[in-house]
Write a protein that binds this ligand. Structure first.
Ligand code: ADP
Ligand code: MG
Length: 160
């Protein structure tokens, strides 16, 4: 699948893009977010959670590493932040794979750190500061593994 790219000019657009992704997400999906501090990973997660009907405020789970939110989409959402993760085996300790097997979906900030422990099939989103405007972000979507192949055209169509 060819990587997809889209631009966001502000927080609201990033949340809207996240809502598009959430609308195509099903139980068992793993979404890895990568990009520098302040790139918008938590902002993205907030838009993602909102689309799934999460009513609790979503904040960065840096100190707990992972938080669980019930949604109105028929599956729970796990939000993890691996920034403080030192060793790959800590990802295994989080038990995310087991949680996903139980039919949840996961959004993981600094996901590349955990990718080797999470399996090859996921949606990976890179967020980058782009352009001269402080609010501009470039989002690049790629997906190793086949789980998004059937949704790729639809994702492309729906992205702003
Ligand atoms: P991260 O989780 O990647 O460290 P956050 O989402 O916590 O990033 O923070 C992103 C910061 O950048 C926020 O202060 C937000 O207001 C700001 N920002 C400005 N423009 C954007 C944009 N287009 N998308 C997301 N965040 C933006
Ligand atoms: Mg964050």
């Amino acid at each position: 699948m060819t990587p997809l790219e889209t631009r966001s000019q502000d927080v609201e657009t990033t949340r809207k893009i996240a809502g598009v992704v959430a609308g195509l997400t099903t139980a068992g999906d793993v979404i890895l977010l990568d990009g520098d501090l302040g790139a918008g990973k938590t902002t993205f997660t907030q838009g993602f959670a909102k689309q799934l009907g999460v009513t609790e405020p979503v904040t960065s789970p840096t100190f707990t590493l992972v938080r669980r939110y019930p949604t109105s989409a028929g599956f729970d959402l796990y939000h993890a932040d691996l920034y403080r993760l030192d060793q790959l085996n800590e990802v295994a300790d989080l038990g995310l794979n087991e949680l996903l097997d139980e039919g949840a979906a996961a959004v993981i900030e600094w996901g590349e750190k955990g990718a080797p422990a999470l399996g090859p099939d996921h949606l990976s989103i890179q967020l980058r500061m782009a352009g001269e405007d402080a609010g501009e972000r470039l989002l690049t979507f790629s997906s190793p593994g086949g789980s998004w192949a059937g949704r790729w055209n639809e994702l492309e169509k729906r992205l702003p």
